[in-house]
Design a protein around this ligand. Structure first.
Ligand SMILES: Nc1ncnc2c1ncn2[C@@H]1O[C@H](COP(=O)(O)OP(=O)(O)OP(=O)(O)O)[C@@H](O)[C@H]1O
Length: 359
């Protein structure tokens, strides 16, 4: 086991028309690891990937493969010499080549050896029975599997993937994602995958690098990044959120939901208390009263049901509080109270996030 990252980028910068679109981006990916570069459209994900691939040049910053510098803005290994495989959104198989021809395309060396590699990979992606077909005879999902086999054929040390599954319908996408991951892990390839979908990143990544306005704002395992977001926007990128604001006084933020401890925050700081809908606790009305306040859940606040919808394996209930604030709660299974029903809402202290308000 080596400590050297398979891929490392340090302080990459790139501007277009005077606007910085990649701003001091650093990250590393170990062999066999999948890192997802996740962020909203236009935040600079694809530009970062294109610089690593060598089809875009950085203004500054450097790129290393297995500890060896391949590009620092001045010195530059050409794209084909980087040992990097690409699977981009607009991948296209060569229409005039068979499946076997497509997968063998990037292979050098003896035909018999190449044939063995082609068969091995088509077996791995479940396409061996289509080896003599042509691309137009395949479905979108099948073409994507062949494209994956083609990208893996020359044994790239690194695979860069830019929204590679976006053209597929949901069910097929889940299957192909999982199969792709299995193949990449088995090959020991380091993967950097760009996506704007948090669900895809959570499903595929060993590590997520959350990007915004050209910068990586947070890196971590999916569980950590979901459960310890750096700010309100990061929390809101992964699910709907509820937010209650308050002013700090004596290391406490006072709200209708009770007090929240905010140690170290100066008096007068405005904070947002953020909670995901699945962590809002709901209780029944007891003749105009809610349950008793507790340290763990604070003071219950009265909510009137505005809408309740069954979402498949959970129910989404939308409330309006007496002061007009809207809140959402997600409850496992079926819970569909009628519009106008009074319920009591609590914010679990162990599941909320408290962020000082910025500008
Ligand atoms: N060649 C270019 N010339 C000018 N502007 C560009 C160029 N390439 C990218 N940009 C701009 O840089 C910004 C970042 O683009 P980029 O494609 O890296 O974002 P992204 O996060 O991958 O977005 P998406 O998910 O929509 O592809 C965008 O505002 C884009 O318009």
């Amino acid at each position: 086991m080596t400590d050297t990252p398979r891929l490392e980028i340090r302080n990459l910068m790139r501007s277009f028309g005077g606007r910085r679109v990649v701003d001091d981006v650093s990250l590393s990916v170990m062999p066999g690891q999948v890192t997802c570069l996740l962020g909203p459209s236009g935040c600079g994900k694809s530009t970062t990937l294109r610089m690593i691939a060598g089809i875009e040049t950085q203004e500054s910053g450097s790129i290393f493969v297995d500890g060896e510098m391949i590009c620092d803005g001045k010195y530059r290994v050409p794209p084909e010499g980087r040992g990097i495989g690409l699977m981009f959104q607009d991948f296209a198989l060569f229409p005039h080549l068979s499946v076997a021809g497509n997968v063998a395309y990037g292979l050098k060396g003896r035909a018999s050896k190449n044939r063995a590699r082609v068969e091995e990979l088509l077996g791995k992606v479940g396409m061996l029975s289509h080896i003599d077909n042509y691309p137009h005879e395949l479905s979108g999902g099948e073409q994507q599997r062949v494209a994956l086999a083609r990208a893996l054929a020359p044994r790239p040390r690194i695979m860069l993937m830019d929204e590679p599954f976006s053209g597929l319908d949901d069910r097929l996408r889940d299957d192909i994602r999982d199969e792709t991951l299995d193949v990449l892990k088995a090959e020991g390839t380091a993967v950097l995958l760009v996506t704007h979908e948090p669900g895809e990143a959570m499903r595929m990544a060993d590590e997520i690098a959350l990007m915004r306005n050209g910068k990586i704002v947070q890196r971590g395992a999916p569980y950590n990044i979901y459960n310890t977001p750096v700010d309100k926007e990061a929390a809101g990128f992964f699910s709907d959120i509820n937010s209650v604001s308050a002013k700090v006084n004596g290391a406490l933020a006072q709200t209708d939901f009770g007090q929240f401890l905010v140690p170290g925050m100066a008096d007068g700081t405005v904070v947002d208390i953020v909670i995901r809908p699945q962590h809002v606790k709901i209780d029944f009305d007891r003749h105009g009263k809610g349950p008793n306040a507790t340290i763990a859940e604070g003071t219950p606040v009265r909510g009137t049901v505005k809408r309740a919808r069954f979402m498949g394996f959970e129910s989404l209930v939308e409330f309006s509080l007496d002061d007009g604030t809207e809140m959402k709660a997600v409850i496992p299974s079926v819970f569909l109270p009628k519009k106008g029903t009074i319920l009591w809402l609590m914010i679990r202290r162990d599941r909320c996030f408290i962020f000082p308000r910025t500008a």
